[in-house]
Design a protein around this ligand. Structure first.
Ligand code: ADP
Ligand code: ZN
Length: 722
């Protein structure tokens, strides 16, 4: 069969829906999943072999695969995962592959680092400096030349001269530290009765190896983490890799330390802050199977898993699992998909589960595993509403007398208090008292937010910054610009006035990040601070044992919006914040300032009756056909010219094929009608759950090609309606 050639269909990590054909050169052995380098146009690209075929044609002028990379092949499950995700979100396969191939350097064998050990030759002249170097080298560790020089306290030239004579000899050192093997019994607690039952249910799921999903539902502090650790231990014992997904914000040092204590080894981490070297190490460790435990943000799903046996999605209700930019996907949903494809269980954990997951329990698709009590304590903290309609506060004052008194009392008794306001900056709005002009972002439909600590005005949508003007840019009057409403910095001013002796910590994403944030969190845990002011940064995951009072300054902030999940989100946030209180020895309480004290959500919150609230919420969604009772897809059409954008949006809407059970709403200007100078128009597709939404969308959109500055972004199962 002399004319037969072997052809590799290679998918490239580019916005391409299809793989391209390349000839496999003689002597090269390729299989699906292999990473290869191929030419395209004048360049060469790294890609992944999707298929290998035999062809008998002779007139094919295919370019050939240049080389096979050294990385282990992408598993069949992972390739299926890419296919499914691409089909679900109507995203070119190449774009999904790009998320897997984010670390191209990891595809090739790591370059060994140059290191030195003792050689066979005795140096001609043994100076004291040389003797010191040889003494260090004689300890038997391979060291980099600079390390060796440093350890011996000599200059680099001494080491170099010894190496040149052969008194030191060069060896290659692997550039990455090894991953440690977990010790499954390292730090296990003795579980209480409820926890034992829950852990057993999860362990059984792991043993069965089906693609089952469990919802682990229990109030904050009930021991969900300890329980899912048991499921992880079971999967690890079976030789599998495990992935623990966290919202990025919850990936804190104390949490990682807790995982390390439990499993006797540092887990691999995966998040946006990693250094390139660590990225390579983890990517490769996952591909080879050496990394067994990964704690990571949503993008960890795309790591090249070779032997994954369990995914735990902690805080599964979190919106942070939804990616809006690039390929829009929901990591919780995709974790469930992955488990299905890979035939391994997925555990979703939350104190405030999403309606999506609760409805899947109702439908019998997910197993409900419930933890009733807070470990060693009966309930959530006592929660009281403060009706702000009847409180008459002075202008510029945001804390009610009751909250002030409770805070003072808490501080006096040596405990910690947390005041929560989910708004960054000093004031959300700045108005001119003379002419009413409002300081807006020049490029967005949004007001500029004053950040007084940093002495700037900032747009929270595009990041645009300006200095704070002295005079009104509209009428020119000086000294009339007035901040309106509170942000966390303004609250800090008030708190400093009221509690001058308090040791205050302010936690807000623009004030504290990275190391700085970690220090502050540690300081809070150690009791260096007793009054904590925070935005949603403090709501999640932290364990502050001395905290006994949580004051919510404005509980209504997120409640009134057109987002169908606004109520659900508010509930989750408030319950999480309240749950920070009373996690240690002493009981805690929460005071919630609201202008909507009669709202069903607030009433249920005060009673601690989550199920009553959720039942009401479920009924609303069912009546309105909104998710999870129905399905949505959002389309944002944007462009530089407002008229052109609107015309294009109308054309798109017009092209929608008729379909039963599907409604296309809009076009209408988006609530954020302009971002970064781009005009935005929204369409919303609403469908029943039984409808094949993807088929409808692809039939509709396949021939629509935005031109010039126009863009169309499709968002299947949207979480953002701005
Ligand atoms: P959740 O994840 O539900 O918020 P955690 O697992 O973080 O709850 O548990 C809350 C606290 O109680 C943690 O400090 C944890 O170490 C402790 N804890 C939970 N279960 C036990 C147990 N069985 N024995 C001892 N301490 C426990
Ligand atoms: Zn802006």
């Amino acid at each position: 069969m002399e004319n037969s050639i072997r052809i590799a269909e290679v998918l490239l990590p580019l916005a391409l829906a299809q793989a391209y054909s390349y000839a496999i050169p003689d002597g090269m052995v390729l299989a699906p999943g292999d990473f290869v380098e191929v030419p395209m146009g004048p360049r060469s690209y790294l890609g992944c072999v999707w298929e290998v075929n035999q062809s008998f044609g002779t007139n094919m002028k295919l370019r050939a695969v240049t080389r096979r990379c050294d990385a282990p092949p992408l598993s069949e499950t992972h390739r299926k995962f890419i296919e499914w995700l691409s089909a679900y979100y109507l995203e070119p396969k190449g774009n999904v592959l790009r998320m897997v191939m984010r670390v191209p350097a990891a595809l090739d064998e790591p370059v060994l680092q140059k290191a030195l050990v003792l050689g066979e030759v005795t140096p001609a002249k043994l100076t004291p400096q040389r003797a010191r170097v040889l003494e260090v080298a004689a300890q038997g560790f391979a060291m980099r030349p600079s390390e060796l020089a440093q350890a011996a306290g000599v200059g680099a030239s001494v080491v170099k001269a010894l190496a040149a004579q052969g008194a030191l000899k060069e060896v290659g050192l692997p550039p990455h530290a090894k991953f440690q093997e977990p010790d499954l019994n390292a730090g296990a607690f003795t579980l209480n009765k409820d926890q034992v039952i829950a852990a057993e249910a999860l362990r059984q799921m792991v043993a069965q190896r089906g693609g089952k999903v469990a919802l682990l539902d229990g109030v904050t502090g009930s021991g969900k983490t300890e329980v899912y650790f048991e499921a992880m231990a079971a999967a690890l014992a079976a030789g599998k890799q495990v992935l623990l997904l966290l919202p990025e914000i919850a990936l804190t040092a104390p949490f990682l330390a807790r995982v390390e204590r439990r499993f006797g080894c540092a887990p691999a981490q995966w998040h946006s802050d990693l250094r390139p070297r660590e990225r390579e190490r983890v990517w490769r460790g996952i591909a080879t199977g050496d990394a067994r435990i990964v704690v990571g943000a949503r993008s960890s799903l795309f790591l090249p898993w070779i032997n994954l046996g369990l995914i735990v999605v902690d805080e599964e209700h979190e919106n942070a699992y939804k990616q809006d930019e690039g390929v829009p996907y929901h990591a919780r949903d995709m974790a469930v998909l992955y488990g299905n494809l890979g035939k391994f269980p997925v555990v979703l954990s939350s104190a405030t589960p999403s309606l999506e997951s609760l409805m899947n329990v109702d439908r019998g698709r997910y197993l409900l595993v419930k933890l009733k009590d807070r470990h060693g304590r009966p309930e959530l903290p006592e929660t009281r509403l403060i009706n702000m309609v009847v409180e008459k506060l002075e202008p510029g004052q945001w804390l009610s007398p009751e909250l002030v008194a409770a805070t003072a009392h808490t501080l006096a008794s040596g405990d910690q208090a947390l005041l929560f306001l989910n708004r960054r900056g000093f004031a959300p709005l700045t108005l001119c008292r003379a002419c009413g002009h409002r300081l807006n972002c020049p490029d967005c439909t949004a007001s500029m937010v004053e950040h007084r600590f940093r002495k700037i005005l900032q747009c929270h949508h595009c990041g645009h910054q300006e200095g704070v003007p002295q005079a009104c840019p509209s009428c020119g009057e000086a000294g009339k610009l007035t901040p309106v409403g509170p942000g966390i910095e303004r609250l800090a001013e008030e708190a400093m006035r009221l509690f001058p002796d308090a040791r205050m910590a302010i936690l807000s994403s623009d004030l504290s990040r990275g190391e700085n944030l970690r220090d502050t969190l540690r300081g809070i845990e150690d009791g260096d601070f007793n009054l904590i002011l925070g935005t949603q940064l403090v709501a999640k995951g932290h364990h502050f044992p001395q905290l006994t009072l949580v004051g919510v300054v404005d509980a209504d902030l997120a409640l009134e919006s057109s987002d169908p999940r606004a109520g659900e989100r508010t509930w989750a946030l408030l319950a999480q914040v309240a749950g920070r209180s009373g996690r240690g020895e002493k009981p805690g309480r929460a005071l919630v300032q609201t202008y909507l004290a009669d709202h069903p959500l607030m009433k249920a919150l005060a009673r601690g009756d989550r199920d009553a609230y959720l039942d009401g919420e479920k009924r609303i969604r069912e009546m309105a056909g909104l998710p999870p009772a129905g399905r949505l897809a959002g389309i944002v059409i944007s462009g530089k010219d407002s008229g052109e954008t609107l015309r294009f949006a109308r054309d798109v809407a017009h092209a929608a094929p008729p379909a039963e059970g599907i409604k296309v709403l809009g076009p209408a200007p988006a609530p954020l009608a302009m971002i970064r100078g781009r005009h935005r128009i929204r369409l919303l597709v609403k469908a029943g759950r039984e409808v094949n939404l993807q088929a409808f969308l692809s039939a509709w959109l396949k021939d629509i090609k935005p031109k010039g500055s126009l863009a169309l972004q499709l968002d299947v199962d949207p979480y953002n309606f701005l």
